[in-house]
Each structure stands twice: as C-alpha cells, then as structure tokens.
Design a protein around this ligand. Structure first.
Ligand code: 5AD
Ligand code: FES
Length: 351
C-alpha cells in the first residue's frame, strides 16, 4: 500500500515515461492476479426512473427532458437469455433509484427468474442505489451476488456540493456497510475530475476503498451533461480531455497497486473521452469489461453524461466489438467464468 503522499505524487506526475512505468507496474500486478483474463459482464440498464436528484447526473429526477422507461420483465429476461445463450456468465442490472414496493418486488421476481432459467449459472451484479437492509436481504436471497454503489467521492464536503441536502454522505456510507454485511461482493467507485476535487481527495478515495474493504471498483471521469445542474466552474483538476483520461487511468493503476486482488472495471466513461479509453483502462490494470447489452431502443434514454458511446449499437455489435478490442491489446475475454472478486473469495475462505 502506498501512503497518501506517494499516491498524490503519482497523480501529479507529468513525465510520460514515469506514467508509462506506473501503468506497466499495475498491469503486471493484474497479470499476477488473473493472467491475461478480462472478465466480461453484460450490462442491462433496466430503467431510468430515479427518485434522486444528484446534480451531475443526466437522468436525475428534475430533468424533464428524459423519456422515462422501465423494461418489462419479459424484456429483461429475454436480454438475460440472449446473454446466457451467447456465453455470458455474468450480468449487471442497473437503474435509477426507486424504493417503492412495486419496484422491489419487480427486481426480486426478475432475479429469481434469471436464477431459475440459468440454473444458477449466471452471477448477477445489481446497482439500484440506496435501499433498506431488508431490501438488500431480499434481493440477495433472490439471487444477486454483487452490489455496486459508488460513493462518488470520499470527501464529505464535496459530496455535499454534488447532491441536494437530503442525499447525505452518512446514508451512503451506511448503505455500503449494509451491502457488505448482507453478504454481497461490494463494489464502489468515484468520479474523477469533479469541480472542487483535488489530488488529495483522489488519494483519499483510494484509501477509502481499502478501509471499507471493497471487492470491486468502478470509476471514471466526470463528464458534464447538458441538462444536469452542476454549474460549477471551480476546477483544481485537469478539464482537458487527454489529461483527464490520463488522470483516470492513473487512478485505476494506483488502485490496482494498493488493492492487488480486487476486480476493477474499465468503464464506459473512459471510452466517452477517447474511443480507445476502455482498452487503456485494461492496460492500466483493470480486469473487468462491461459491454452494454440493453435493447437498442432504450439506450439513448440512459445518458448519464453527454456523448455516451455505443448508443446506436446493438448487443451483438457491442459483443463483437468488445472481443476485438480486448484481443487487439493482447488480453483475453473470459466468458466462461464468473470472475468473482478474488479478494472476496479469500475473505470468505479465511472466515
Ligand atoms: N459523469 C460521469 N459519471 C457520471 N455518473 C453519473 N453522472 C455522471 C457524469 N455526469 C456516474 C456516477 C453514478 C454512475 C452510475 O454513473 O458515478 O454512480
Ligand atoms: Fe439518480 Fe442520483 S440522480 S441516483
């Protein structure tokens, strides 16, 4: 584990060859963990309804320019079956946050059906925001294995600036602890390059990942959305796209170095900056790739930020494209494994 000072030094480094060394070191650690393997998850954005109003987010409740949708149970199950038939053994179901009984029951039914048709052959990650302990429990028992809930930033004051008053940092931390205690593999993450955010904040984010004992991390650059409400012009971190990408890749590399046995996703937001961004994420130490397998008609409605890639592509296209992209950089996509977090499996074994 590097200390905060060392992490900050790496984040600020502008020497290209030193940065390449950092990426190579992280990639070597990734190779020790899982060789050339890149675990794949089919990502299904099941709904863009959201009860929350995070200032940065394109599908926030107050954005009236969004066509709201909820995929039907049949549509979700058919997408999951398509994935299963195409060899996927891992899915991510994501949506905006809803806490009403109808939605809770809906998700529970969907999870049970996926478990049933696949004969427990698919490991499902869910990402449905902050819920009660009881709901986490119900969904876990219905077959979800992993839960993603980004902390967005580990700086309490910055968290306040990004959210309305009633979205509290305490609730977010409580939710993360409940998820872990329920038995899920816990995933979290942050946005990089937020207004007011500093290099020290980013270093604290990595220390936060360690302290909360995460099993999975997914993070990416902050990208403005035209209808979002984060109208702040105070930036301490680079806003230039190339520099922001490099900074995001460094966050991946440093997280890999500090937490060698967790799963780290190379996220879509990296590709929104540069078409090769997600491949670069893998080269900087990430080991998870999550191509979008949502139905085409819904894709334009799940824009968390502007210029989200793959909106016009089909699931087949994204699948083929993912394979080629990973092969091109000399790594190998693994459809045939669940790709659970080794950090989690070790913890479980050690009791
Ligand atoms: N830029 C980058 N990432 C964003 N997210 C939401 N809005 C944006 C944005 N404007 C991320 C948040 C959220 C995840 C689903 O998407 O980190 O947790
Ligand atoms: Fe949907 Fe924040 S706007 S969770």
């Amino acid at each position: 584990m590097l200390d905060k000072k060392e992490i900050v030094k790496f984040l600020k480094e502008t020497d290209k060859s030193k940065n390449s060394e950092l990426f190579n070191r992280a990639r070597e650690i990734k190779h020790q963990l899982c060789d050339k393997d890149v675990y794949i998850r089919g990502l299904v954005e099941i709904s863009n309804y959201c009860r929350k109003d995070c200032y940065y987010c394109g599908i926030r409740k107050s954005n009236k320019n969004v066509n709201r949708y909820l995929m039907s149970e049949d549509e979700i199950i058919n997408t999951a079956k398509w994935a299963y038939d195409n060899g996927y053994k891992s899915l991510v179901l994501q949506s905006g946050e809803r806490i009403d009984d109808t939605f809770i029951q809906f998700v529970e039914d969907v999870l049970k059906k996926i478990r049933q048709f696949s004969n427990n052959g698919i490991h499902v990650t869910i990402s449905f925001g902050e819920q009660t302990e009881e709901t986490y429990q119900r969904w876990y028992e219905a077959g979800a294995h992993r839960y993603l809930l980004r902390v967005e930033t580990s700086n309490r004051e910055l968290y306040k600036k990004l959210h309305p008053e009633d979205h509290t940092f305490e609730n977010r931390i409580n939710a993360l602890n409940l998820i872990k205690e329920t038995g899920y593999q816990l995933g979290t993450g942050v946005m990089i390059g937020l207004p007011h955010q500093t290099y020290e904040d980013l270093a604290d984010d990595i220390i936060f990942f360690r302290d909360i004992d995460v099993d999975m991390v997914g993070m990416g650059p902050y990208l403005p959305h035209k209808d979002a409400a984060l109208e702040d012009s105070v930036y301490n971190l680079p806003t230039d796209k190339e520099e922001l990408l490099t900074l995001s890749l460094k966050m991946i590399a440093l997280t890999r170095i500090c937490l060698p046995d967790i799963n780290i996703a190379s996220t879509t937001a990296l590709q929104a900056i540069k078409s090769f961004g997600r491949e670069q994420g893998i080269l900087a130490g990430a080991n998870v790739f999550m191509p979008n397998i949502s139905e085409g008609e819904y894709r334009p409605n799940y824009q968390l930020y502007d210029n989200k890639p793959c909106i016009d592509d089909s699931s087949d296209e994204c699948m083929e494209c993912a394979g080629k992209r990973i092969e091109m950089i000399g790594e190998e996509i693994r459809y045939d494994v669940w790709g659970d977090s080794q950090h989690f499996l070790k913890k479980k074994k050690d009791g």
